[in-house]
Design a protein around this ligand. Structure first.
Ligand code: FE
Ligand code: FE
Length: 165
């Protein structure tokens, strides 16, 4: 009984992140177009390609469960991206735009890290080591992206946001 409860939670969380990854796939090109820094543009494009892989890994996990891939509306990611779009509108054409884009992207990555961390832990407890392995590959890529965004912000983008004032 207990394990069935966690099974159900695991499936709900999987649908949540599936919706989120698909939303992120549609949003990253907009962020790449909006970015002023060439490096940031490239970072968003590169992560979009990785995100294709994240979606495919989720397809694999659904398959392991013998289920059709299915998303479930995730108000959390919708909210993070709505805020990001507000920043894009408000700061369009200003030196602070890229700093705002990085902040949005990091909020997205942290959401993903939280979800994948949980899913990995649950997969292990549920005895789904294969699923845990697949999910942890994505978790590592999200962490790397977050670290890379930190570096970009510290080395260039945050200073530009002030200096050009
Ligand atoms: Fe992802
Ligand atoms: Fe990501």
């Amino acid at each position: 009984m207990k394990s069935k409860d966690l099974d159900a939670l695991f499936l709900e969380a999987l649908k949540d992140i599936y919706y989120a990854e698909r939303k992120i796939l549609r949003t990253l090109p907009k962020m790449a177009r909006a970015a002023q820094s060439e490096q940031l543009k490239q970072a968003f494009q590169q992560h979009r390609e990785e995100t294709e892989g994240h979606k495919e890994r989720l397809d694999q996990v659904f398959e392991m469960l013998g289920r059709r891939p299915q998303g479930k509306t995730c108000p959390a990611i919708d909210g993070i991206i709505d805020e990001g779009e507000e920043v894009m509108d408000t700061f369009k054409g200003t030196p602070a735009l890229d700093a705002g884009l990085v902040a949005t992207a990091q909020a997205v990555e942290h959401y993903e890290m939280a979800r994948y961390g949980t899913l990995c832990a649950w997969a292990k407890v549920l005895g789904m080591q294969d699923a845990a392995n697949v999910l942890s590959q994505t978790l590592e890529e999200e962490k790397k992206t977050d670290a890379m965004l930190n570096k970009l912000a510290d080395s260039e983008i945050n200073k530009t946001a002030i200096a050009a004032e």
